[in-house]
Design a protein around this ligand. Structure first.
Ligand SMILES: [Zn+2]
Length: 114
């Protein structure tokens, strides 16, 4: 479970580390810790296959500082993922959209906005 998510997050962190921290083959300590943390969260995610993206997840299981870091990683590496790994990325975002729709539909019935 969540094997694809792990692959994606691993790639995003390595892209980010290379761009921002100038690492060559290995992640710096900070990014290594972040990746380990992200994998652990995926393993413990109560939604498993049904989960929305971490960005829209209602649980917000990340600690605030880790959340800040992973958001930064996604903002920086996200657009580049599309060029480097288009198939995986499109598959990932397609899956995300379906999950999001599921969650947004639930949310909308409880509070009326827009
Ligand atoms: Zn780094």
């Amino acid at each position: 479970m969540n094997a694809d998510e792990k692959k994606i997050v691993t790639r995003m962190v390595s892209i980010y580390c290379r761009l921002v921290h100038g690492s060559k083959t290995q992640l710096c300590d900070e990014c290594d810790a972040l990746l380990t943390y992200a994998h652990l969260r995926l393993e413990r995610c109560p939604f498993e296959e049904e989960k929305p993206t971490c960005a829209s997840c209602p649980v917000h299981c990340y600690k605030p500082d880790m959340r800040q870091k992973i958001k930064e990683v996604m903002r920086t590496a996200g657009p580049r993922m599309l060029f480097l790994h288009p198939i995986d990325t499109i598959k990932h975002f397609h899956k995300e959209r379906q999950r999001d729709r599921h969650f947004v539909a639930k949310e909308k019935s409880s509070k009326k906005t827009e």
